[in-house]
Design a protein around this ligand. Structure first.
Ligand SMILES: Cc1ncc(COP(=O)(O)O)c(C=O)c1O
Length: 490
C-alpha cells in the first residue's frame, strides 16, 4: 500500500487569522485536485496525522475533511484512510467533480450548493431528542384541518394560477400585524416574502445580494443552515466571535474586508441560547453601517421564549434598508408545512419576487390561506400559549434528568426557549463520534463542535426536547452515560 500523500507543498497555512484554518485546508485540497496534483484514489493522511503535521487542532482537520466529503471530493470509509474520490478529473480534463458512469458530473456550483455540511448521512434517520424539531403530539390537527378545508373550498381566485409568487396578501397582513405587536417590527405587506423555509429565504437572499468570493460574517458558533447557504453561494465566511452575550462585532479586527452580510440570532443565539444585550446590538449596527453590510436577523423562535421579558427584535433599531428580518413557522407550527417569511427593504421585493418565480420556489397557496385563517381565528395564539408551557416543562425535565445523571461530565443550562438545548462536555470529548454513536442508538442529537467555524470549539451535544417523552429522556441519558467514557480524548 502506498504512503498517504504528504500535505507539505499542497497546503501552506496562513496563520494571521484572516481566513479560518479549516477553510484553508479545505480549499487547499480542493485546489490541488483541480490542478491535478491529487489524482483519484490518492490516500490522504488521517485526521490525527494531518493535524500533527500542520500543527492544528484535530477538529479543524475533521471539519475540513467533512466538507470535502460532503462535496464528494474525498471518501472516508469505516476505519480506512481518506482518499480522493474516484472519477475526479483535473481542470482541463473536465471539472473537479464525480463523474458517474450513469450520468453527467456535478458542476462546481452543483457541488457547493448541494454540500451537506452536517455530515454524511445526517438526519437521514429520524430519532428521539432531535434538535430543531417541534412536538408532533401538541399540534392542533383538528383546527388546522378546518382551516385547510376552508382554504380548499374558498380559495378559488387567481392566486391559484400564475400569480403572487411572493405570497398571499392575507397572510402577509397577518404577519405584519403580529410583527408590529409582538416584535416591534414595522413593515408593510409588500416588504414580506413568504418562502418555504428560512433555508429558502437565505438561499434566495444570497443569490440577489452577493457574488462568489464576497465576505459574510457568521456567528461562531452559529447556525449550520446559514453556513450552508453561504457555502452554496461560494462566499468567504468569517467567524464572528460569540459568547454568553451573543455575537460581538466590536471584537472583529480592524482593516478586514467589508462583509456584504452579517448573520445573527440576537433574540436567542443559535446554538448557545443567549440573548444579545443592547450594547452588543448597537455595536453590531455600528459595524454593519461602517461596512455597508446588511444584517440578516434570524428570529426563528421568538414566539415562544419561556421566560424573561420579550425583547423587541433588533430590526426595530435599524434604519430603513439596513437589516433583513427572517421568521419561520417551522418551530411554532411544523417544518413540514413549509412556510417561513422574510422582511426585506422595499427595493428588493420586486427582484426577489421575480427570483422566486424564476426558480419556481414559492410556498403552497392553500397552506398559506389556511395559515392566515388559523392566525386570524386566534388559534395560532392559543397554540403558542400551549406549546410554550409544554416545551418549558419538557425542557426542564430533560435538563433535570441529564444533570442528575451526567452533571459531573456535562454542563447543562436550562433552556430559555426554543425546542433544543446545547450541553457542553466538561472534559475534552470527541463529540462528533458521540453524536454518531447516539444516532446509532436511535437518538438524533447533534455535535456542538460542528457549529463552530474557528479554531476554538466547545465539545457538546445539541439535544431536542419539544417532542421528548420521559422514557426517551431517561433512555437518552442512559445511552450517553454508557458511551461517554469511550470518547473522552483528553
Ligand atoms: C437558527 C435557526 N434558524 C431557522 C431555523 C428554521 O429554519 P427553517 O424555516 O428552514 O425550517 C432553525 C431550525 O432549526 C434554526 O435553528
Amino acid at each position: 500500500m502506498t504512503d498517504p500523500v504528504a500535505p507539505e507543498g499542497i497546503l501552506t497555512l496562513d496563520r494571521s487569522g484572516d481566513v479560518p484554518l479549516t477553510e484553508q485546508i479545505y480549499r487547499g485540497f480542493r485546489e490541488a485536485v483541480r490542478a491535478g496534483l491529487l489524482p483519484s484514489g490518492t490516500r490522504l493522511p488521517s485526521t490525527r496525522r494531518l493535524a500533527e503535521s500542520l500543527e492544528v487542532a484535530r477538529n479543524t482537520v475533521n471539519t475540513a475533511y467533512d466538507l470535502l466529503q460532503a462535496e464528494g471530493v474525498i471518501t472516508i470509509r469505516g476505519g480506512a484512510a481518506p482518499r480522493i474520490a474516484e472519477g475526479l478529473l483535473p481542470e482541463g480534463a473536465g471539472t473537479v467533480a464525480a463523474t458517474s458512469a450513469a450520468g453527467p458530473a456535478l458542476s462546481k456550483r452543483g457541488r457547493l450548493i448541494s454540500a451537506n455540511l452536517r455530515g454524511e448521512g445526517w438526519y437521514l434517520k429520524p430519532g428521539a431528542l432531535q434538535p430543531g424539531a417541534p412536538a408532533l403530539d401538541s399540534f392542533p390537527y383538528e383546527e388546522w384541518a378546518r382551516c385547510l378545508r376552508r382554504a380548499a373550498r374558498h380559495e378559488r381566485s387567481n392566486d391559484l394560477l400564475y400569480h403572487n409568487y411572493s405570497g398571499l396578501e392575507i397572510l402577509k397582513q397577518q404577519i405584519v400585524s403580529r410583527l408590529a405587536s409582538e416584535r416591534g417590527v414595522r413593515a408593510t405587506p409588500e416588504q414580506i416574502l413568504i418562502t418555504s423555509a428560512t433555508q429558502a429565504s437565505l438561499a434566495l437572499l444570497v443569490q440577489v445580494l452577493t457574488d462568489p468570493g464576497d465576505e459574510v460574517w457568521l456567528e461562531d458558533p452559529g447556525y449550520l443552515g446559514a453556513r450552508t447557504a453561504f457555502h452554496g453561494a461560494d462566499l468567504k465566511i468569517r467567524p464572528l466571535p460569540t459568547d454568553g452575550e451573543g455575537a460581538d462585532a466590536s471584537s472583529m479586527a480592524a482593516g478586514l474586508p467589508s462583509p456584504k452580510m452579517i448573520y445573527v440570532t440576537p433574540s436567542h443565539q443559535y446554538p448557545l441560547g443567549v440573548r444579545m444585550p443592547l450594547s452588543r446590538r448597537l455595536a453590531l449596527l455600528k459595524a454593519a453601517r461602517a461596512a455597508g453590510a446588511v444584517i440578516l436577523e434570524d428570529d426563528y423562535d421568538s414566539e415562544f421564549l419561556f421566560s424573561g421579558r420579550p425583547v423587541a427584535a433588533l430590526y426595530g433599531l435599524v434604519e430603513e434598508g439596513q437589516a433583513i428580518y427572517l421568521g419561520t413557522f417551522s418551530k411554532s407550527l411544523l417544518p413540514g408545512l413549509r412556510i417561513a417569511y422574510c422582511v426585506v427593504p422595499k427595493h428588493l421585493a420586486a427582484p426577489l419576487t421575480q427570483l422566486m418565480r424564476n426558480m419556481g420556489c414559492s410556498a403552497n397557496v392553500q397552506a398559506q390561506a389556511a395559515l392566515a385563517w388559523f392566525m386570524d381565528s386566534g388559534a395560532y395564539r392559543k397554540h403558542l400559549k400551549q406549546i410554550r408551557e409544554i416545551y418549558q416543562e419538557r425542557g426542564s425535565l430533560l435538563v433535570d434528568v441529564f444533570k442528575r445523571r451526567l452533571g459531573n461530565q456535562l454542563e447543562v443550562v436550562p433552556p430559555t426557549g426554543n425546542v433544543q438545548v446545547a450541553m457542553t462536555f466538561r472534559e475534552p470529548v470527541d463529540d462528533i463520534a458521540v453524536a454518531k454513536a447516539m444516532q446509532e442508538k436511535g437518538f438524533a442529537v447533534s455535535a456542538l463542535s460542528n457549529c463552530y467555524l474557528g479554531e476554538t470549539r466547545k465539545a457538546g451535544l445539541i439535544v431536542g426536547f419539544a417532542g421528548a417523552t420521559r422514557d426517551q429522556i431517561d433512555r437518552g441519558a442512559d445511552a450517553l452515560a454508557a458511551l461517554l467514557p469511550r470518547h473522552v480524548t483528553g
